[in-house]
Design a protein around this ligand. Sequence first.
Ligand SMILES: [Zn+2]
Length: 235
Amino acid sequence: MDGIIQGLSNFRGTIFPGQQQMYQQLVRDGQQPQALIIACADSRVSPEHITQSGPGDLFVCRNAGNIVPPFSQQNGGVSSAIEYAVVALGVRDIVICGHSDCGAMKGLMNPEALGNMPNVAAWLRHSHAANRIVCEAYPEGMDPKERHRALALENVVVQINNLRTHPSVAAALARGGLRLHGWFFEIESGQVLAYCGDRGCFVPIDEATDVPVAQAPAARIATPEFAGLHAVAAE
Ligand SMILES: [Zn+2]
């Protein structure tokens, strides 16, 4: 812990004095983060660092495998973070950020290694769909490294699908007020790939083009006649 304590001391003594005004303004005005990022808890994957963001910029939720459990009646930390970000903070973008060399994905590929980690094994059930996709829809005999990478990418797409099951997300998408993004951070190259929903593939994020979107807002309701029906019913 020595390095961590030294870091705290450095922050308090050297960094904070130059940023005090900014921190005080963030308390005075409240936070208005640009996006919710759901990333892996892996120590090498820091959303703030790879986006060069500062305090107040990102609402971050991290867990093993950047997983979003599908909405259920059971309360959970990820569900609460999503609901708070969308409803209370009004974020207009949610990013699921997976990464290379992910230990959670390795556990998914080798469940026998999770024998003494029953909670991790249970948590990774939310990624089983990604594992089945890779097992059944990808070529047999893939190189294990390729398979691991494919699993991490498919897991991002599965978690985006899970996001849509959350009422706050579904409603914001239908209102046209939310975009969903799927990212994959390659630790070894520093590159971030983004899932293009309309093309069904991951592409490098290029500053010269629009940010790829996994799902764009789709301002729509399923029953456009509802307003008319409602008016008739109210008469
Ligand atoms: Zn990971």
